[in-house]
Design a protein around this ligand. Structure first.
Ligand code: HXC
Length: 545
């Protein structure tokens, strides 16, 4: 700067600046425009009125801003649209001058990776969704899709803003449309931290994973009062649409937390397994857990009575790197277990029959649960490990009338459609249609292993002899029938209830040494690592099933 040149901001010249040393310091006057900006900004950032924030806290809830702070890496959040306001002039809404229109939107980093986040502010008009509120969310979703980063929505809202009429309904429509359009392209996660009522519930239902917190989150299409008026049923909020209801009964909720901080910890853990979009692989994570680690538990499994229940989680824990398993949908359809592990540092999605519950049989809910998870994995380049211990489909009139044919077909469809690497291990038994459905070679399984003791057959030997030899059993003397049954069952199982016939036809690629299961699986996924490059597959959305 020359001596004559004036600083356009302070109005001082370079000569004056130089002379500062010998003169008393001038008080710098903050320009009016900057003052005004800072005031507006501070007011907008403060959120709702103190009494509303106090009411929020009294319910054990964090504020919209605090929630974002829990989720993102410190100092990484950049807000967009803080000063946007409603344009609705009806019912005095505009006069309230709610800056940000009851929702915070922006981008932040989670474990160093970028994510789009919106957080509804219940302290401002109950977090209700007006047109501007919706516009902010849809703009964020569009930007996230362009930037190819996940969207995380924190929902705490009384639903469509009643004062804005159909305009707010349209806003929901715009969100649902984008939830669907971007499904299978970028991961979408919903965290319900307050009410989520009416049609508003359909946005989370369209996203990949729903998190809820006990005592805080409530989701329903019609609330307790409407239910009472319509059906006469009396039900409280928690029973109708609380976290455990949706985790155990409806299957809407994938992850339950005891508190908000616990919920954000779980979200971050889930994010660590996911790629940013369908054009990327999930992040690798180095491990000190040796590929060659032997698992003696797998030998014990071979000695076990095929009808004895056990939790398949134990097998998953022993197989995975550092014994870590993030289970998804833990409380729902417990006869099938799904979730994320790492094998040799690579993320793998697990689908496993669980003999501890309904003998591990497939039913309607298990089919829906597994099929949707498989479709998610396939959308986001995550290879699939299938662990089989399945006696068949769960029998009964309720299942047949409930549509086990239609729902069961979803597993077959999802596996057949999936082009990610698919590795399968038969643990103990695989019978009938369920054997075919569970990522068999016929459904496009790439590498299918079996433990030596596994029974792979059309049906269990006891059931088979009752059909094949019903006449001989009837004609035998009463006291000889059981012995005859046992002899025939042994003959049948010696011939069919083993993996050897299946291995001879190539429907099982290898019968493996049980203790080497981890090593064989890691090697199999390594072998298949180049099967499909990210983004090479046809885009498939993760339709709610
Ligand atoms: C405008 C709303 C609102 C809404 C709440 N508020 N919901 N304002 N539109 N939908 C306002 C309240 O008037 C109140 O304003 C403030 O938010 C806090 O609400 P409270 O009722 O005091 O809180 P609480 O007692 O905790 O009850 C929360 C609630 C209740 C259960 C969510 O507010 C409620 O029932 N709201 C209406 C829910 C509803 O019917 N929504 C429409 C659903 S239909 P003040 O000024 O007092 O602070 C829908 C269709 C979507 O969403 C369809 C998509 C296709």
């Amino acid at each position: 700067m020359s001596d004559l040149m004036e600083d356009p901001i302070s109005g001082t010249s370079a000569a004056q600046e130089a002379g500062k040393k010998s003169h008393p310091k001038k008080v710098r006057v903050v320009p009016e425009s900057l003052k005004k900006f800072r005031e507006i900004q501070a007011l907008a950032e403060a959120g709702g009125p103190p009494e509303k924030i106090a009411a929020q806290k009294a319910k054990g809830k964090l504020t919209a801003k605090e929630r974002i702070a829990y989720l993102v890496d410190e100092g990484s959040f950049q807000e967009l649209g803080l000063l946007m306001e409603t344009r609705c002039t009806d019912f005095g809404v505009k006069d309230k001058h709610i800056k940000g229109d009851g929702v915070i939107t922006g981008f932040g980093r989670i474990n160093g990776r970028l994510a789009a986040i919106f957080s509804e502010d219940f302290t401002q008009m109950g977090g209700s969704l007006g047109r501007t509120h919706a516009d902010k969310i849809t703009k964020l979703m569009d930007m996230a899709a362009d930037a190819r980063v996940p969207v995380i929505g924190i929902l705490d809202s009384g639903g469509a803003r009643i004062q804005e009429g159909v305009d707010s309904l349209d806003g929901y429509g715009e969100i649902f449309y984008r939830n669907t359009k971007y499904s299978g392209i970028i991961p979408q996660i919903s965290i319900i931290l307050g009410p989520c009522a009416g049609g508003a519930v359909y946005s989370p239902a369209l996203t990949d994973f729903v998190f809820m917190v006990k005592g805080i989150s409530h989701m329903f299409v019609t609330g307790p009062e409407v239910v009472k008026a319509a059906t006469g049923e009396e039900v409280d909020f928690e029973t109708l649409g609380g976290a455990m209801t949706h985790a155990t009964k409806s299957g809407v909720c994938h992850f339950v937390a005891n508190s908000e901080p616990d919920c954000f910890r779980q979200v971050k853990e889930l994010m660590s397994f996911l790629p940013q979009n369908r054009f990327e692989l999930p992040p690798l994570q180095a491990t000190k857990d040796a590929d060659e680690r032997k698992i003696s538990l797998m030998e014990r499994l071979c000695e076990m009575d095929p009808r004895k229940p056990y939790r398949v989680h134990h097998v998953v824990w022993w197989l995975s790197d550092d014994h870590k398993f993030l289970e998804v949908h833990h409380n729902y359809a417990k006869n099938i277990v799904v979730g994320f592990i790492r094998l040799g540092g690579r993320v793998v999605g697990v689908v496993a029959n669980n003999p501890a519950h309904m003998a591990g049989a497939l039913d309607i809910n298990a089919s829906d649960k597994a099929a949707r998870f498989i479709r998610f994995l396939n959308s986001f380049n995550i290879p699939i490990l299938t662990l089989i211990d399945v006696p068949g489909y769960w029998p009964g009139v309720a299942q047949e009338h409930g549509g086990i044919i239609r729902h069961g077909a979803k597993i077959l469809y999802a596996y057949s459609e999936a082009t990610v690497a698919k590795v399968t291990l038969v643990l103990r038994k695989a019978y009938g249609g369920a054997y075919i459905a569970m990522s068999s070679k016929l459904m496009g399984g790439d590498i299918n292993f079996s433990l030596p003791s596994a029974e792979i057959a059309v049906m269990g030997s006891r059931g088979a002899v009752e059909i094949l030899y019903s006449r001989q059993i009837k004609e035998a003397k009463e006291e000889e029938r059981d012995a005859l049954r046992a002899k025939l069952a042994k003959e049948y199982s010696d011939k069919f209830a083993s993996p050897y016939q299946t291995a001879s036809t190539g429907s099982i690629d290898e019968i493996i040494e049980p203790a080497q299961s981890r090593t064989r699986l890691i090697n199999a996924f390594r072998l298949l690592a180049g099967k499909r490059r990210p983004g090479e597959n046809e885009h498939t959305g993760n339709i709610p099933l």
